[in-house]
Design a protein around this ligand. Structure first.
Ligand code: SF4
Length: 447
Protein backbone atom coordinates (compact mmCIF):
# COMPACT_ATOMS: atom_id res chain seq x y z
CA UNK A 1 0.00 0.00 0.00
CA UNK A 2 1.21 3.47 -0.82
CA UNK A 3 0.10 6.87 0.43
CA UNK A 4 1.24 10.30 -0.77
CA UNK A 5 0.29 13.96 -0.51
CA UNK A 6 0.73 14.13 -4.33
CA UNK A 7 -2.21 11.89 -5.14
CA UNK A 8 -2.04 12.83 -8.80
CA UNK A 9 1.12 10.68 -8.97
CA UNK A 10 -0.20 7.82 -6.84
CA UNK A 11 -0.38 5.35 -9.75
CA UNK A 12 3.14 6.31 -10.93
CA UNK A 13 4.46 5.62 -7.45
CA UNK A 14 2.52 2.38 -7.30
CA UNK A 15 4.27 1.29 -10.51
CA UNK A 16 7.66 1.76 -8.84
CA UNK A 17 6.48 -0.17 -5.80
CA UNK A 18 5.12 -3.01 -8.00
CA UNK A 19 8.56 -3.57 -9.47
CA UNK A 20 9.82 -4.69 -6.06
CA UNK A 21 7.86 -7.91 -6.28
CA UNK A 22 9.15 -9.39 -3.02
CA UNK A 23 8.36 -6.34 -0.92
CA UNK A 24 5.05 -5.88 0.85
CA UNK A 25 4.10 -3.32 3.46
CA UNK A 26 3.10 0.29 4.00
CA UNK A 27 4.98 3.00 2.13
CA UNK A 28 4.47 6.75 2.38
CA UNK A 29 5.92 9.38 0.00
CA UNK A 30 5.42 13.10 0.71
CA UNK A 31 6.88 16.02 -1.19
CA UNK A 32 7.06 19.76 -0.61
CA UNK A 33 8.50 22.77 -2.42
CA UNK A 34 10.83 24.92 -0.33
CA UNK A 35 12.58 27.90 -1.96
CA UNK A 36 14.35 26.43 -4.98
CA UNK A 37 14.25 22.88 -3.68
CA UNK A 38 11.88 19.95 -3.83
CA UNK A 39 12.02 17.95 -0.59
CA UNK A 40 10.79 14.38 -0.37
CA UNK A 41 10.26 12.30 2.77
CA UNK A 42 9.74 8.58 2.34
CA UNK A 43 8.87 6.00 4.94
CA UNK A 44 9.17 2.31 4.20
CA UNK A 45 7.64 0.39 7.10
CA UNK A 46 9.71 1.50 10.13
CA UNK A 47 12.46 3.29 8.20
CA UNK A 48 12.53 6.92 7.02
CA UNK A 49 14.49 8.55 4.19
CA UNK A 50 14.81 12.21 3.10
CA UNK A 51 15.89 13.70 -0.22
CA UNK A 52 16.46 17.18 -1.57
CA UNK A 53 16.50 18.17 -5.27
CA UNK A 54 17.19 21.48 -6.99
CA UNK A 55 13.81 22.62 -8.36
CA UNK A 56 13.59 25.49 -10.89
CA UNK A 57 10.90 24.60 -13.45
CA UNK A 58 10.30 27.06 -16.29
CA UNK A 59 6.85 25.91 -17.36
CA UNK A 60 3.84 24.22 -15.69
CA UNK A 61 4.60 21.12 -17.76
CA UNK A 62 8.16 20.97 -16.48
CA UNK A 63 6.85 21.53 -12.96
CA UNK A 64 4.74 18.36 -13.20
CA UNK A 65 7.51 16.39 -14.88
CA UNK A 66 10.04 17.25 -12.16
CA UNK A 67 7.66 16.62 -9.29
CA UNK A 68 6.78 13.19 -10.65
CA UNK A 69 10.41 12.35 -11.33
CA UNK A 70 11.61 13.37 -7.85
CA UNK A 71 8.83 11.48 -6.08
CA UNK A 72 9.44 8.29 -8.07
CA UNK A 73 13.18 8.54 -7.73
CA UNK A 74 12.94 9.05 -3.96
CA UNK A 75 10.68 6.03 -3.60
CA UNK A 76 13.00 3.93 -5.78
CA UNK A 77 16.09 4.93 -3.79
CA UNK A 78 14.33 4.22 -0.50
CA UNK A 79 13.21 0.78 -1.65
CA UNK A 80 16.72 -0.02 -2.87
CA UNK A 81 18.08 0.95 0.55
CA UNK A 82 15.40 -0.99 2.36
CA UNK A 83 15.50 -4.20 0.30
CA UNK A 84 19.15 -4.13 -0.77
CA UNK A 85 17.93 -4.84 -4.32
CA UNK A 86 18.47 -2.52 -7.29
CA UNK A 87 16.61 -2.93 -10.59
CA UNK A 88 18.01 -2.98 -14.15
CA UNK A 89 15.78 -0.10 -15.27
CA UNK A 90 16.24 1.91 -12.06
CA UNK A 91 13.37 4.32 -11.43
CA UNK A 92 12.10 4.14 -15.03
CA UNK A 93 8.70 2.50 -15.25
CA UNK A 94 7.24 3.38 -18.67
CA UNK A 95 6.87 0.94 -21.52
CA UNK A 96 8.93 3.01 -23.99
CA UNK A 97 12.44 3.78 -22.67
CA UNK A 98 13.63 4.52 -26.23
CA UNK A 99 10.97 7.19 -26.67
CA UNK A 100 12.09 8.76 -23.40
CA UNK A 101 15.70 8.70 -24.62
CA UNK A 102 14.72 10.57 -27.80
CA UNK A 103 12.90 13.18 -25.69
CA UNK A 104 15.95 14.17 -23.66
CA UNK A 105 17.41 17.55 -24.55
CA UNK A 106 20.55 16.64 -22.68
CA UNK A 107 22.62 13.55 -23.36
CA UNK A 108 20.21 10.68 -22.69
CA UNK A 109 22.93 8.38 -21.35
CA UNK A 110 23.72 10.78 -18.55
CA UNK A 111 20.01 11.11 -17.72
CA UNK A 112 19.45 7.35 -17.72
CA UNK A 113 22.57 6.46 -15.73
CA UNK A 114 22.87 9.28 -13.26
CA UNK A 115 19.35 10.62 -12.83
CA UNK A 116 17.09 7.61 -13.29
CA UNK A 117 19.69 5.10 -12.05
CA UNK A 118 19.31 2.76 -15.03
CA UNK A 119 22.05 0.13 -15.25
CA UNK A 120 24.98 0.59 -17.60
CA UNK A 121 23.94 -2.50 -19.62
CA UNK A 122 20.39 -1.23 -20.25
CA UNK A 123 21.65 2.27 -21.08
CA UNK A 124 24.04 0.78 -23.63
CA UNK A 125 21.23 -1.33 -25.06
CA UNK A 126 19.13 1.80 -25.63
CA UNK A 127 22.11 3.54 -27.28
CA UNK A 128 22.52 0.59 -29.67
CA UNK A 129 18.81 0.65 -30.55
CA UNK A 130 18.85 4.38 -31.28
CA UNK A 131 21.84 3.76 -33.50
CA UNK A 132 20.08 0.94 -35.40
CA UNK A 133 17.00 3.13 -35.86
CA UNK A 134 18.95 5.82 -37.72
CA UNK A 135 17.36 6.32 -41.12
CA UNK A 136 14.16 4.49 -40.12
CA UNK A 137 12.99 6.58 -37.15
CA UNK A 138 10.80 9.19 -38.79
CA UNK A 139 8.82 12.00 -37.22
CA UNK A 140 6.93 13.05 -40.35
CA UNK A 141 3.36 13.50 -39.15
CA UNK A 142 1.96 12.66 -42.61
CA UNK A 143 3.16 9.09 -42.37
CA UNK A 144 0.77 6.33 -41.44
CA UNK A 145 0.85 2.63 -40.67
CA UNK A 146 -2.12 0.41 -41.29
CA UNK A 147 -2.95 -2.14 -38.59
CA UNK A 148 -5.57 -4.87 -38.90
CA UNK A 149 -6.62 -6.99 -35.94
CA UNK A 150 -7.73 -10.62 -36.26
CA UNK A 151 -8.29 -11.74 -32.67
CA UNK A 152 -8.61 -15.49 -33.29
CA UNK A 153 -6.17 -18.33 -32.55
CA UNK A 154 -6.20 -22.12 -32.99
CA UNK A 155 -6.08 -22.54 -29.17
CA UNK A 156 -5.30 -20.35 -26.21
CA UNK A 157 -1.71 -20.27 -24.91
CA UNK A 158 -1.23 -20.51 -21.18
CA UNK A 159 0.56 -17.15 -20.86
CA UNK A 160 -1.79 -15.24 -23.20
CA UNK A 161 -3.37 -12.06 -21.88
CA UNK A 162 -4.73 -10.83 -25.24
CA UNK A 163 -8.37 -10.97 -26.16
CA UNK A 164 -7.81 -13.71 -28.72
CA UNK A 165 -10.62 -16.28 -28.98
CA UNK A 166 -10.31 -19.89 -30.05
CA UNK A 167 -11.39 -19.78 -33.67
CA UNK A 168 -13.33 -23.04 -33.39
CA UNK A 169 -15.51 -21.50 -30.68
CA UNK A 170 -16.08 -18.12 -32.40
CA UNK A 171 -19.59 -18.02 -33.88
CA UNK A 172 -19.16 -14.54 -35.41
CA UNK A 173 -16.01 -14.98 -37.49
CA UNK A 174 -17.78 -14.47 -40.86
CA UNK A 175 -19.54 -11.33 -39.63
CA UNK A 176 -16.28 -10.13 -38.10
CA UNK A 177 -14.32 -10.35 -41.37
CA UNK A 178 -17.15 -8.60 -43.26
CA UNK A 179 -17.17 -5.76 -40.72
CA UNK A 180 -13.37 -5.54 -40.78
CA UNK A 181 -13.29 -5.21 -44.57
CA UNK A 182 -16.07 -2.63 -44.37
CA UNK A 183 -14.02 -0.64 -41.83
CA UNK A 184 -10.84 -0.85 -43.95
CA UNK A 185 -12.78 0.13 -47.07
CA UNK A 186 -14.21 3.16 -45.26
CA UNK A 187 -10.72 4.37 -44.33
CA UNK A 188 -9.24 3.87 -47.80
CA UNK A 189 -9.44 7.59 -48.61
CA UNK A 190 -7.20 8.22 -45.58
CA UNK A 191 -4.68 5.57 -46.55
CA UNK A 192 -1.94 7.72 -48.03
CA UNK A 193 1.78 7.81 -47.19
CA UNK A 194 1.57 4.30 -45.77
CA UNK A 195 4.90 3.10 -44.37
CA UNK A 196 3.80 -0.39 -43.42
CA UNK A 197 0.85 -2.76 -43.12
CA UNK A 198 0.55 -5.20 -40.21
CA UNK A 199 -2.07 -7.90 -39.69
CA UNK A 200 -1.85 -9.10 -36.12
CA UNK A 201 -4.05 -9.53 -33.09
CA UNK A 202 -4.02 -13.25 -32.53
CA UNK A 203 -3.21 -15.63 -35.36
CA UNK A 204 -4.70 -14.26 -38.62
CA UNK A 205 -3.75 -17.44 -40.51
CA UNK A 206 -6.11 -19.42 -38.28
CA UNK A 207 -8.94 -18.12 -40.49
CA UNK A 208 -10.35 -20.53 -43.08
CA UNK A 209 -8.85 -20.21 -46.57
CA UNK A 210 -11.97 -18.43 -47.82
CA UNK A 211 -12.03 -15.87 -45.02
CA UNK A 212 -8.27 -15.31 -45.19
CA UNK A 213 -8.41 -14.67 -48.93
CA UNK A 214 -11.41 -12.38 -48.50
CA UNK A 215 -9.49 -10.33 -45.93
CA UNK A 216 -6.31 -10.04 -48.03
CA UNK A 217 -8.37 -9.09 -51.04
CA UNK A 218 -10.21 -6.46 -48.98
CA UNK A 219 -6.90 -4.93 -47.91
CA UNK A 220 -5.53 -5.11 -51.45
CA UNK A 221 -2.01 -5.51 -52.85
CA UNK A 222 0.69 -3.47 -51.15
CA UNK A 223 4.08 -2.16 -52.14
CA UNK A 224 5.41 -1.40 -48.65
CA UNK A 225 6.53 -3.57 -45.73
CA UNK A 226 3.59 -5.93 -45.13
CA UNK A 227 3.65 -8.23 -42.10
CA UNK A 228 1.33 -11.06 -41.12
CA UNK A 229 1.45 -12.68 -37.71
CA UNK A 230 1.38 -16.30 -38.79
CA UNK A 231 2.33 -16.95 -35.19
CA UNK A 232 1.49 -20.55 -34.67
CA UNK A 233 2.97 -23.10 -37.06
CA UNK A 234 -0.12 -25.31 -36.70
CA UNK A 235 -2.02 -22.72 -38.75
CA UNK A 236 0.50 -22.09 -41.56
CA UNK A 237 -0.33 -23.83 -44.84
CA UNK A 238 0.99 -23.81 -48.41
CA UNK A 239 -2.31 -22.32 -49.62
CA UNK A 240 -2.17 -19.42 -47.14
CA UNK A 241 1.43 -18.67 -48.11
CA UNK A 242 0.45 -18.61 -51.79
CA UNK A 243 -2.28 -16.12 -50.95
CA UNK A 244 0.17 -13.92 -49.02
CA UNK A 245 2.54 -13.96 -51.99
CA UNK A 246 -0.28 -12.93 -54.31
CA UNK A 247 -0.96 -9.82 -52.20
CA UNK A 248 2.72 -8.87 -51.76
CA UNK A 249 3.13 -9.73 -48.08
CA UNK A 250 6.82 -9.28 -47.26
CA UNK A 251 7.27 -10.40 -43.67
CA UNK A 252 5.82 -13.36 -41.75
CA UNK A 253 6.02 -14.03 -38.02
CA UNK A 254 6.60 -17.71 -37.23
CA UNK A 255 6.72 -17.72 -33.48
CA UNK A 256 8.19 -20.75 -31.74
CA UNK A 257 8.39 -19.12 -28.25
CA UNK A 258 10.54 -22.16 -27.36
CA UNK A 259 12.11 -25.07 -29.24
CA UNK A 260 11.55 -27.45 -26.31
CA UNK A 261 8.66 -29.85 -26.88
CA UNK A 262 8.00 -30.39 -23.17
CA UNK A 263 7.48 -26.66 -22.70
CA UNK A 264 5.28 -26.32 -25.80
CA UNK A 265 2.90 -28.86 -24.23
CA UNK A 266 2.97 -27.07 -20.88
CA UNK A 267 2.12 -23.67 -22.37
CA UNK A 268 -0.83 -25.01 -24.35
CA UNK A 269 0.61 -24.93 -27.88
CA UNK A 270 -0.60 -27.78 -30.02
CA UNK A 271 2.55 -28.25 -32.08
CA UNK A 272 6.12 -29.52 -31.78
CA UNK A 273 9.49 -27.87 -32.37
CA UNK A 274 9.80 -29.93 -35.56
CA UNK A 275 6.55 -28.41 -36.85
CA UNK A 276 8.10 -24.97 -36.42
CA UNK A 277 11.22 -25.93 -38.39
CA UNK A 278 9.14 -27.48 -41.14
CA UNK A 279 6.85 -24.44 -41.44
CA UNK A 280 9.77 -22.05 -41.20
CA UNK A 281 11.37 -23.70 -44.25
CA UNK A 282 8.06 -23.56 -46.09
CA UNK A 283 7.78 -19.81 -45.39
CA UNK A 284 11.38 -19.20 -46.42
CA UNK A 285 10.82 -21.10 -49.69
CA UNK A 286 8.32 -18.37 -50.58
CA UNK A 287 11.02 -15.74 -50.00
CA UNK A 288 9.36 -13.97 -47.05
CA UNK A 289 11.39 -12.27 -44.33
CA UNK A 290 10.73 -14.04 -41.05
CA UNK A 291 10.48 -12.95 -37.45
CA UNK A 292 10.71 -15.50 -34.65
CA UNK A 293 9.54 -14.72 -31.12
CA UNK A 294 11.17 -16.42 -28.15
CA UNK A 295 10.20 -16.07 -24.49
CA UNK A 296 12.64 -16.11 -21.56
CA UNK A 297 11.19 -17.43 -18.31
CA UNK A 298 8.60 -19.93 -19.58
CA UNK A 299 7.14 -22.56 -17.26
CA UNK A 300 9.77 -24.94 -16.00
CA UNK A 301 12.48 -23.82 -18.41
CA UNK A 302 16.09 -23.71 -17.27
CA UNK A 303 18.86 -21.53 -18.61
CA UNK A 304 19.98 -24.47 -20.79
CA UNK A 305 16.47 -24.88 -22.25
CA UNK A 306 16.32 -21.22 -23.20
CA UNK A 307 19.89 -21.28 -24.55
CA UNK A 308 18.89 -24.20 -26.77
CA UNK A 309 15.96 -22.19 -28.16
CA UNK A 310 18.15 -19.14 -28.86
CA UNK A 311 20.84 -21.26 -30.52
CA UNK A 312 18.26 -23.11 -32.62
CA UNK A 313 16.58 -19.88 -33.75
CA UNK A 314 19.97 -18.41 -34.71
CA UNK A 315 20.90 -21.57 -36.63
CA UNK A 316 17.76 -21.11 -38.75
CA UNK A 317 18.92 -17.58 -39.63
CA UNK A 318 15.61 -15.66 -39.75
CA UNK A 319 15.82 -11.93 -40.50
CA UNK A 320 14.35 -10.97 -37.09
CA UNK A 321 14.37 -12.60 -33.66
CA UNK A 322 12.39 -11.01 -30.84
CA UNK A 323 13.29 -11.96 -27.29
CA UNK A 324 10.40 -11.50 -24.88
CA UNK A 325 10.55 -11.79 -21.13
CA UNK A 326 7.54 -13.55 -19.66
CA UNK A 327 4.96 -11.07 -18.47
CA UNK A 328 2.47 -12.49 -16.02
CA UNK A 329 -0.38 -10.14 -16.70
CA UNK A 330 -3.89 -10.44 -15.40
CA UNK A 331 -5.89 -12.53 -17.84
CA UNK A 332 -3.26 -15.19 -18.46
CA UNK A 333 -3.84 -18.71 -17.19
CA UNK A 334 -0.21 -18.78 -16.10
CA UNK A 335 -0.84 -15.88 -13.74
CA UNK A 336 -2.97 -18.22 -11.69
CA UNK A 337 -0.29 -20.90 -11.44
CA UNK A 338 2.80 -18.77 -11.31
CA UNK A 339 6.06 -20.60 -11.35
CA UNK A 340 8.82 -18.31 -10.30
CA UNK A 341 12.25 -18.31 -11.78
CA UNK A 342 14.52 -15.97 -9.92
CA UNK A 343 15.16 -12.59 -11.48
CA UNK A 344 18.80 -13.55 -11.75
CA UNK A 345 18.01 -16.65 -13.83
CA UNK A 346 15.82 -14.72 -16.29
CA UNK A 347 18.36 -11.95 -16.46
CA UNK A 348 21.08 -14.47 -17.40
CA UNK A 349 18.82 -15.85 -20.16
CA UNK A 350 18.24 -12.39 -21.63
CA UNK A 351 21.93 -11.56 -21.38
CA UNK A 352 22.84 -14.80 -23.16
CA UNK A 353 20.39 -14.05 -25.98
CA UNK A 354 21.75 -10.54 -26.40
CA UNK A 355 25.36 -11.72 -26.68
CA UNK A 356 24.61 -14.72 -28.92
CA UNK A 357 22.49 -12.61 -31.27
CA UNK A 358 25.14 -9.88 -31.47
CA UNK A 359 27.73 -12.53 -32.33
CA UNK A 360 25.46 -13.86 -35.08
CA UNK A 361 25.11 -10.41 -36.67
CA UNK A 362 21.75 -9.28 -35.21
CA UNK A 363 21.32 -5.70 -33.92
CA UNK A 364 18.74 -4.69 -31.31
CA UNK A 365 16.27 -2.36 -33.09
CA UNK A 366 13.25 -1.86 -30.84
CA UNK A 367 12.40 -2.46 -27.22
CA UNK A 368 9.44 -2.22 -24.89
CA UNK A 369 8.61 -3.05 -21.33
CA UNK A 370 5.41 -4.38 -19.82
CA UNK A 371 4.02 -4.63 -16.35
CA UNK A 372 4.86 -7.68 -14.23
CA UNK A 373 7.78 -8.78 -16.40
CA UNK A 374 9.99 -11.52 -15.04
CA UNK A 375 13.18 -9.97 -13.67
CA UNK A 376 11.84 -6.46 -14.38
CA UNK A 377 13.35 -6.80 -17.81
CA UNK A 378 12.15 -6.00 -21.33
CA UNK A 379 11.23 -7.32 -24.78
CA UNK A 380 13.81 -6.63 -27.48
CA UNK A 381 13.56 -7.07 -31.23
CA UNK A 382 16.77 -7.97 -33.07
CA UNK A 383 17.31 -7.71 -36.82
CA UNK A 384 19.88 -8.49 -39.44
CA UNK A 385 21.17 -5.23 -40.98
CA UNK A 386 18.54 -3.51 -43.16
CA UNK A 387 15.87 -5.99 -42.07
CA UNK A 388 14.39 -3.94 -39.21
CA UNK A 389 10.58 -3.96 -39.08
CA UNK A 390 9.40 -0.38 -39.69
CA UNK A 391 6.03 -1.02 -38.06
CA UNK A 392 7.61 -2.16 -34.77
CA UNK A 393 9.75 0.98 -34.63
CA UNK A 394 6.83 3.26 -35.49
CA UNK A 395 4.49 1.76 -32.91
CA UNK A 396 7.06 1.92 -30.12
CA UNK A 397 8.43 5.38 -30.82
CA UNK A 398 4.94 6.81 -31.52
CA UNK A 399 6.23 8.93 -34.40
CA UNK A 400 3.67 7.79 -36.97
CA UNK A 401 -0.12 7.75 -37.16
CA UNK A 402 -1.63 4.29 -36.80
CA UNK A 403 -4.82 3.68 -38.73
CA UNK A 404 -6.09 0.63 -36.88
CA UNK A 405 -9.00 -1.62 -37.77
CA UNK A 406 -10.80 -4.38 -35.91
CA UNK A 407 -11.59 -5.43 -32.35
CA UNK A 408 -9.19 -4.15 -29.70
CA UNK A 409 -7.32 -2.10 -32.33
CA UNK A 410 -6.16 1.35 -31.23
CA UNK A 411 -5.84 4.11 -33.83
CA UNK A 412 -3.40 6.89 -32.98
CA UNK A 413 -2.99 10.37 -34.37
CA UNK A 414 0.34 12.02 -33.55
CA UNK A 415 -0.11 15.78 -33.20
CA UNK A 416 2.39 18.51 -34.09
CA UNK A 417 3.75 18.65 -30.52
CA UNK A 418 3.89 14.87 -30.19
CA UNK A 419 0.53 14.78 -28.40
CA UNK A 420 -1.29 11.55 -29.20
CA UNK A 421 -5.04 11.15 -29.69
CA UNK A 422 -6.33 7.59 -29.56
CA UNK A 423 -9.49 5.79 -30.64
CA UNK A 424 -9.82 2.32 -29.15
CA UNK A 425 -12.19 -0.31 -30.53
CA UNK A 426 -14.07 -2.66 -28.17
CA UNK A 427 -12.27 -5.89 -27.30
CA UNK A 428 -15.25 -8.14 -27.67
CA UNK A 429 -16.26 -9.32 -31.18
CA UNK A 430 -19.97 -8.66 -30.68
CA UNK A 431 -19.34 -5.21 -29.21
CA UNK A 432 -17.02 -4.39 -32.12
CA UNK A 433 -19.70 -5.39 -34.63
CA UNK A 434 -22.18 -3.04 -32.94
CA UNK A 435 -19.72 -0.16 -32.86
CA UNK A 436 -18.07 -0.35 -36.27
CA UNK A 437 -20.11 2.53 -37.79
CA UNK A 438 -19.23 4.81 -34.88
CA UNK A 439 -15.56 3.85 -35.14
CA UNK A 440 -15.52 4.76 -38.84
CA UNK A 441 -17.05 8.18 -38.09
CA UNK A 442 -14.62 8.82 -35.24
CA UNK A 443 -11.63 7.88 -37.40
CA UNK A 444 -12.80 10.01 -40.30
CA UNK A 445 -12.88 12.99 -37.95
CA UNK A 446 -9.48 12.23 -36.48
CA UNK A 447 -7.50 11.56 -39.67
S1 SF4 B 1 -0.89 -17.28 -30.31
FE1 SF4 B 1 -0.59 -15.32 -29.27
S2 SF4 B 1 -2.60 -14.31 -29.27
FE2 SF4 B 1 -2.92 -16.50 -29.74
S3 SF4 B 1 -3.40 -17.46 -27.78
FE3 SF4 B 1 -1.18 -17.68 -28.12
S4 SF4 B 1 -0.26 -15.88 -27.13
FE4 SF4 B 1 -2.46 -15.47 -27.35
Amino acid sequence: MISTNYQVYQSDLQEVLNEFVDFSGQVCVNGQIKDENFLVDVSVLEKSYSYQYLYCPNTPLEEKRLQKRFLKLSLYKSLVSYTGESLPWGALTGIRPTKLAYQQDENFEDFFLNTMLVSKEKTQLIAKILNTQKGIYNRDSNNKDLFISVPFCPSRCEYCSFISNEIGKEPLKNEYIDALIYEIEASKAKIDNIRSVYIGGGTPVSLSDDLFYKLLNGIGKQNVEYTIEAGRPDAITQTKLEMMKEFNVTRVCVNPQTFNDKTLIKIGRRHTANDIMEKYRMVKDFGFDVNMDLIAGLTGETFEDFKYSVDTAISLNPENITVHTLSLKAGSILKETVHKLTDREVSLMVEYAHNALAKAGYNPYYLYRQKYMAGNLENTGYAKPNKECVYNIDIMEETTDILANGANAVSKKVGENGKITRIGAPKNTQAYLSKVETLIKEKNLLF
